[in-house]
Design a protein around this ligand. Sequence first.
Ligand SMILES: Nc1nc2c(ncn2[C@@H]2O[C@H](COP(=O)(O)OP(=O)(O)OP(=O)(O)O)[C@@H](O)[C@H]2O)c(=O)[nH]1
Ligand SMILES: [Mg+2]
Length: 427
Amino acid sequence: MFVDLVKIKVRSGKGGDGIVAFRREKYVPMGGPAGGDGGKGGSIIFQGNEGLSTLIDLRYNKEINAPEGENGKPKKMDGAGGEDRIIQVPVGTTIYDEETNKVYGDITNHKQRVIVCKGGRGGRGNVKFASSRNTAPEIAEKGEPGVKKFIRVELKVLADVGLVGLPSVGKSTIISIVSNSRPKIASYHFTTLVPNLGVVKVEEGRSFVMADLPGLIEGASLGQGLGLQFLRHIERTRVILHVIDMSGSEGRDPFEDYTIINKELKTYKYNLLARPQIIIANKMDLPGADDNLELFKMQLKEDYDIIPISAATKDNIQELLYKTADLLDNTKSFELYEDDDYEEIVEYTFTPDEILFEINLGDDGVYDVTGSRLRKIFEMTDFSRDQSIKRFSRILRSLGIDRELREKGVKNGDTVRILDFEFEFVD
Ligand SMILES: Nc1nc2c(ncn2[C@@H]2O[C@H](COP(=O)(O)OP(=O)(O)OP(=O)(O)O)[C@@H](O)[C@H]2O)c(=O)[nH]1
Ligand SMILES: [Mg+2]
């Protein structure tokens, strides 16, 4: 089954906690610090795999979690890292943040990797806190929490050219005679519901990938029918082969058909009309096709090549392939995403513009201290240990929180709330 859109929750693993431990030797009552660091949490990584053609494997996972890092161990041994979760996806997959719509990555190559959630850093064990002033530190950090994200994974097939047109104009018939693809062909509309890819060999050493796409109808760009879902697969194509039933065998007007499709291509978000186009006048074996073609040529204002063919009798197919290959040679790929579309992956390092902390007077008369940097330090502090708590308050002081609280008018005995905890302010 072909699945091209999946929404899932992903979460990287928390880093393991560092521990407090001391060396114990037979004749030494209290050795030096020996608590190891926690291991890194597993990351969530997406990887391109050219052997896959659908996102079906992801559909049964509503949530993917990477394992936590192991806690540190005595004897200065670090905990093992949690294994990364590598999620295999077809080439042509884009990963978006479902809430912000930013792009985490666009996978267009085999084995290309995108880290969507980085695993938490392991907390440091007490070995790392030893100094000349404190040779037996009872301080250890907890591991950094994992990151949780709600993402949207979209597959947009990777093809050089796309066959585009109304239903039943002969798109699937064309791909079946020029490539190795064998889609279903029938006289009813919407025979093709998912894209089919085929490799077209033009001549020795010259080939391209063709996509047979489901038929478009008026209003597709506004979501009519399954329009938006189908249009998505045109996004990566460099050349559009616009197929028209020139015989008007279903009683339609070929030029009107042409206008309808181009309007949809233009309205769609990426302005697909800006891409080079070749018009395929198909079904030339049927009566009336010649006259219609003459009229069509007179009506056409754009400077597109028109190639009359018959997919039924395989007439003029070679010319179509040469012209397509030539146009491809002269067209570079279109960038789908600009720098601004990408989400920046922030690592656990202090960045100057990260908000250190903020102090606001709450409705209940209590001063609230909040901030993303502060939260991280808070979450990595082991509050069951005296020395860790002291270290936490030292950090608060070095960040200038005490000073700013005093400037805001906080006096001894007032209540201050730091994140979820309330403290009594003592100078
Ligand atoms: N006479 C004639 N019939 C054709 C030609 N090309 C395709 N057909 C017929 O037109 C009908 C539709 O062909 P398909 O290839 O399934 O059309 P499609 O554009 O893929 O249609 P959808 O998948 O529904 O969008 C079938 O009955 C084909 O046999 C042609 O050149 N001449
Ligand atoms: Mg078809």
